[in-house]
Design a protein around this ligand. Structure first.
Ligand SMILES: [Zn+2]
Ligand SMILES: [Zn+2]
Ligand SMILES: [Zn+2]
Length: 335
């Protein structure tokens, strides 16, 4: 089944038994220590105060001890000093003029800010002007469990009766509430699409988009695929599935060979030479809709199940470009 393939892919990639060990290079106490350092309200307030004082224009400018204590509003200087000391090293660095966040501290605050948003996101299911690639009906986007879902308003979508997916599921993209900032529903969809496109690209090129750790890909093909509707064997509409995973942090993306080839220079050149614009921008909804539709039109066909090989055909005005995606998601131009 699909789900077990995905899960096996993740755990196969973790060669050590403990993810903490993988993160800390064999010394899990370092990661445990980091969690310990954060188990206190004052320390979290210090990190937040340093972030508020932080300016990208002067990233190394420190906040003095007294100024920091004033910002955190803590009278007891000795206790304040103790908590600050617990953060020094991993999260906070002392400079000549005071204290600054180290990269880990900055990332931590950014994660919290992005994950909770500056404001609570209020998001109602909204129709966007993108037709369902399966039946052509209207689609809408919803935000549930930190994911932006695009669902069909009429057909069962890409999976039928899949308990973990909402009815009509077409796409689901992990998105922090920060992604909604100053954006309409359409703009949020466009931003999420661009983000996943770039994240997948980074993974294809071997770098995890979450932690910068080593990433790799694999291709899986349903051997008993029934392409008439949703296949009973794999629960999907299409037989091939591209999986990208990080060996350090368990970040992963599931996508399709037709999306993988979109990053190949020959595909970009093919479109460019024919005057098809493949540039996109989050402020330009139409450009993102066009890009997504182009990828959706890539024809994919299983050439072999073992080893898995999928041919993708990119076409425009009668011209064709054929590419093959292999078991490690390497792409070659066939002709
Ligand atoms: Zn549909
Ligand atoms: Zn199948
Ligand atoms: Zn990672």
């Amino acid at each position: 089944m699909t789900a077990t393939v995905v899960v096996a892919g993740v755990s196969d990639r973790n060669s050590t038994d403990s993810p903490l060990e993988a993160v800390s290079g064999g010394d899990s106490s370092r990661a445990a220590e980091a969690f310990g350092a954060l188990s206190n309200e004052t320390r979290l307030a210090i990190l937040l105060a340093l972030w508020e004082a932080y300016s990208p224009a002067a990233p190394d400018e420190g906040v003095s001890f007294s100024e920091l204590r004033r910002r955190v509003d803590m009278r007891n200087s000795g206790r304040f000093n103790y908590h600050l000391g617990e953060l020094e090293g991993q999260f906070v660095r002392k400079t000549d003029d005071g204290y600054v966040l180290r990269r880990a501290g900055l990332r931590l605050v950014r994660t919290v800010v992005a994950g909770t948003g500056i404001e609570e996101p209020t998001f109602e299911a909204s129709e966007i002007d993108v037709p369902c690639p399966i039946c052509g009906a209207a689609t809408e986007i919803r935000y549930e469990d930190d994911r932006l879902y695009q669902v069909c308003t009429e057909c069962p979508g890409a999976y039928e009766g899949h308990e973990a997916q909402p009815a009509g599921y077409l796409a689901g993209i992990a998105l922090d509430p920060a992604g909604f900032t100053d954006r309409t529903a359409r703009e949020t969809w466009a931003a999420a699409r661009i983000q996943v496109f770039q994240n997948v690209r980074s993974m294809i090129e071997g770098v995890c988009d979450e932690c910068s750790g080593p990433a790799g890909g694999s291709l899986a093909v349903c051997e008993d695929h029934d392409s008439d509707g949703v296949c009973e064997a794999c629960g999907r509409r299409s037989a091939p599935m591209a999986f990208l995973g990080c060996s350090v942090c368990k970040n992963y993306h599931v996508t399709s060979p037709r999306s993988i080839v979109a990053h190949h220079p020959a595909v970009v050149a093919f479109y460019h030479e024919r005057g098809v614009d493949v540039q996109f921008d989050a402020d330009d909804f139409e450009s993102v809709r066009r890009r997504v539709a182009l990828v959706g039109d890539h024809d994919q066909e299983v050439v072999s199940a073992e080893p898995p090989r999928v041919r993708v055909v990119v076409s425009h005005d009668g011209d064709e470009l054929r590419l093959t995606v292999d078991e490690e998601l390497d792409v070659t131009v066939t002709d």
